[in-house]
Design a protein around this ligand. Sequence first.
Ligand SMILES: C[S@@+](CC[C@H](N)C(=O)[O-])C[C@H]1O[C@@H](n2cnc3c(N)ncnc32)[C@H](O)[C@@H]1O
Length: 610
Amino acid sequence: MEKKRKLDIQRAERPRKTPKSVPFLPQGSNDEVIDIEVTELLSKASISESNGHANGPENPSQDDASVQASTTKYTKPMELNQEVEFEIIQLSSTGDGLAYNSTRDHIFAIPFSVPGDRVLAKPFKWQGKFTACDYIKTIRPSPSREGVTPKCKYFTKCSGCQFQMMPYDSQLEHKRGIVQRAFKHFSGLKDEQVPEVLPTMGSPLQYGYRTKLSPHFSAPNEYGRQNSRSVVPDIGYNMKGRMRVMDIESCPIGTDILQEGLRIERKRVADNIQSYKRGATILLRESTQRKYHDADSTETSTSNQASPQGQLVHSNPIDMTLLSEDVHHDDNGTPSITYSYPTHTDTKTYTSDSGAQAKEYITTTTTPSNPNENLPPTTKTYHFSNTAGSFFQNNNSILGPFTSYMYEQCIPKSKSTNNGSQPSKSPIKYLLDAYSGSGLFTLTLSSHFKSSLGIDIDARSISAARLNAERNNVNNAGFVDADASALFADVPYPAAETVVVIDPPRKGCDKEFLKQLRRFGAGRVIYVSCNVHSQARDVGILVNGFHRDEEKRYSGDIAQPLDQQWEEEGLYKYEIESLRGFDFFPQTGHVEGVCVLNRVEKKMAEGSKA
Ligand SMILES: C[S@@+](CC[C@H](N)C(=O)[O-])C[C@H]1O[C@@H](n2cnc3c(N)ncnc32)[C@H](O)[C@@H]1O
């Protein structure tokens, strides 16, 4: 009986089947993001039409127009699969150029195009309000493309990169807009609750930066396998807009050693194709071994105790001026590349074994908190080893500036935030690192704190984090291998003196985690995310306790109380101090968001919490 009741509940909670004109769109997915932006564009067109129309309503509000646009039954705008010319008017957060049809009541989404372009494209998938198109060619390029040549021969076919035709500054500015729109559409917050988004921090490397590649292939041809023929499938990435793999021999956003690895692993698969019954993904992960010139031995041959000869935490400034680069293949054809710098040499290798160890170095640079002291910036180099198949950030070149930024953000600098209220008066002395992985933040931020605690659900990452703490001589950090929401079960730190760093996977935090965070009431929160849409939703919950209501979205009412009980229990709320994007993935449409929040002090005295 109980079992049947459960099943009924599950059924009732499943998304209801919606009419074709209102498809169910997974929250924060690319489909939902483009749907919202297309709706907005159609609303604009409908407002300008109405304003210019003698019998139209006088000054209809934006909301009226949204409702109108969202409830219309859409008709297919044209036969698909024929080539048409379009004028691009806007770039969506999903990286598609958007164009109106001639009657401005339908949108076409054309990848690899920018506003100002006139392009030839082939509509292939009607999706109600808009139609997805294949890019064919640019007929009249926008002036903004001038001087930019895509570096990849697969660009405009492969789904990996969207922006190789854009100047890098424009990519960064566009990503700032993505963060802005994410908070406008997904947080449920009022404009005055969201500060101006700071300029996107660029990546030092804009090509050759990815330290992990994962090309894949579909099931090898059955006929070939049965007849012992070598029929090698395409090995690479999905074609843009299709679930079909295209053959990719090189990927210029990958690091040099991974280009070598890609060539070798493609050949390995081709030579052994008879042994594959199914498709597979190939892991390629870079690993670095560093030798400092001021130490007489490499790190791995020294003990874990810092010694003048073989320092594990390298505190002297390092000079990254490249002096020479030497590609080497050993007798088995295994490649390595040695890069020489004035202070050290880095030897890069790659692994395709998800259980092998991969190693990276990250140098944080921090300026003294009191500018009057006139002290030089302090640099510290950490090294991280982790299992190649576990999570680690994929762009090493930005991790130095990024962790330095994170370091600066841990402690509030000014007495008031841009919203005019005050950050916690209690000094921040403790760090809780939720979704810590192998300890990137727990360790690089550790010198700020009396004590730090990292938590991650991946046991392999937590073992790596403990070893990384030892190897980097970080003695004030502990790690727990558990679900993030367990973090608040028995926190040893006073809430007002604690900063919580959150860096969840793309789907964001679950409600239980956010509820517990608001109950604990950490003095400061830094929310890092590779999906600014789920980040905006979660930040909305921290700030207002409100969330977007899926059912009501189409009637323009997106902010609903999450849970009356939360409000009655008087859980802490937050306000946003700053918001900024980081370009972890140049040439692609992705942006990493960092949102810094302060606890709002309760009006009534609640001494026991703080
Ligand atoms: C985006 S990664 C961030 C890792 C780390 N902060 C870093 O930058 O290297 C997200 C991490 O969340 C972990 N994770 C996923 N679901 C989790 C959960 N429910 N509780 C705790 N950790 C989780 C994953 O194992 C992964 O290490």
